[in-house]
Structures are given as C-alpha cells and as structure tokens.
Design a protein around this ligand. Structure first.
Ligand code: GMP
Length: 234
C-alpha cells in the first residue's frame, strides 16, 4: 500500500482506467468488469480490480484536478507498476462541431499550469498521448455509435474561471474541449515511459451552455469506457 492507495502491491493491474469520480469507478467496474473487487477506499477514492475479456484491469478514481490526479498516477506507476493509464472523464465542448455526448480522444493537452510547471521552468513542454493507444482508440471509436473527435484539449487548473480570455484563445486555436487532468497525466506517463491516453465524453458546452441530462450520463459514458478498454488491449 501507499500513502493514498490502500491496495496491497499486486492487487493493481498494469492497465488502469482513471475516472475523476470515484462513484463512476464503481459504476464502470460493475458494468464492464468481471469479478470486480474493491481494492482501495482510502479517502473514499474507490478503486476496483477485475478482468475484461480475460485481461486484468483496475479502475481507480483520480479525483478532480491535476494535483489530485498526480498523486494517484505517481503511486500507480511508481509503486504498483502500472503501464497503461487511460483517463475516462468528462469535458466541456469548445468548438461548434463538438456536441454534448460526443467523445474526444485527446491527442495533446495544453495548459498554463500543471504540477510539473516548476520543473520545466522556461520550457514549454507539449504533453501528448501515446500514439499506439490513440490509434487503437480511434479504431475502436469507428465501431462505436458515438461521434468521435481527435485533437487537442485544454487542461485548466480552475473550474470557476476568472480568465474567459484563455478559453477564447483555446477556442480560436482549435482546441476541442476543456477539462482538468490530462496534461499532468501525459507528462507523468512520458517521464516514466508508460502509455497514457484521455478518452473524454462532452458533458457540457461552453458556447451553447447545454448540459448532458443526468439520466443520459451512463449510456454516453459507456461508449467512452468501451473505447478505452478496446484500445488498452488492441
Ligand atoms: O466538474 C469538473 C470536473 O469535470 C473536472 O474533473 C474536469 O476534468 C471535468 N469537466 C467537465 N466539464 C468541464 C468544464 O466545462 N470545465 C472544466 N474546467 N472542467 C470540466
């Protein structure tokens, strides 16, 4: 076990899906995994390990924001030997052709600040997805009913943003959606030579103000989980 994950070493699979919301970790484990068992509940950040089509998989909540995700991703990679980390989360749509319920595969993640900004100093590192995972997810997405977009996203470190001009610049530069975790996930994966990808469902839209109705969330999020699992084991 680690400071933030109570599972014994060996109870976490090499492939980890990471939703922000721990209750969504439980829902995804119950819906998609066979023989899922609760392996972590430290601080209520639920983690489950089971199998998907015979492959061991852990679904571990990351919490919201890059500092929280960074704690779980660091421990999963460095202490438990995770090799493939796929964020399954929600984001706000930023382009007019990106609708709610659509799925975004995040090729890159722009940001103004991540927990790693301090080490890069004047460098402007470009956090990017693992290409093999991204390609496999794009192939899996072609079979799914969801409309799928591949491109850059924006990992913000605030939800209640006092700088709407930043969102405007992101929209102007063709960024598809905004969320709060991916840039740091991609930086950590590169640092430790493991694979990472974010598969996101558009839950709200910045321009139209539309929001995914709560009764539809599960079905829409299901497409994303399936794409993530197929990509991990392609
Ligand atoms: O509600 C915030 C959580 O959902 C964070 O974990 C974000 O990754 C994600 N999220 C979904 N939609 C949005 C959005 O419109 N803006 C931001 N900043 N985060 C979002």
């Amino acid at each position: 076990m680690t400071v933030h994950i109570g599972a014994p070493v060996g109870r976490i699979a090499e492939t980890v899906l990471m939703p922000g919301d721990p209750y969504r970790a439980r829902w995804a484990a119950e819906t998609f995994l066979e023989s899922a068992e609760l392996v972590n509940e430290t601080r209520g950040m639920l983690g489950f390990t089971g199998t998907w089509r015979g492959h061991p998989v852990t679904i571990q909540g990351s919490g919201m924001g890059m500092p929280s995700l960074s704690i779980y991703a660091n421990e999963l990679i460095r202490d438990y030997g995770a090799k493939t980390l796929i964020r399954i989360g929600s984001c706000g749509g930023m382009q007019s052709d990106v609708g709610i319920r659509d799925v975004i595969l995040a090729m890159t993640a722009s940001s103004i600040n991540t927990p790693s900004t301090g080490i890069f100093r004047e460098l402007n590192y470009a956090p990017h997805a693992d290409f093999g995972l991204l390609r496999a997810a794009a192939d899996a997405a072609a079979e799914s009913a969801a409309k799928v977009h591949v491109g850059g996203i924006y990992s913000s470190d605030v939800f209640y943003d006092e700088r709407p001009d930043l969102n405007e610049q992101m929209v102007r530069h063709n960024i598809l959606g905004v969320e709060m975790e991916t840039a740091e996930l991609y930086i950590l994966a590169a640092r430790y030579s493991v694979r990472a990808l974010s598969v996101l469902t558009v839950s709200d839209h910045l321009q139209t103000g539309e929001q995914l109705p709560s009764e539809e969330r599960e079905r829409s999020f299901g497409d994303m989980v399936e794409i993530a699992l197929k990509a991990a084991f392609a």
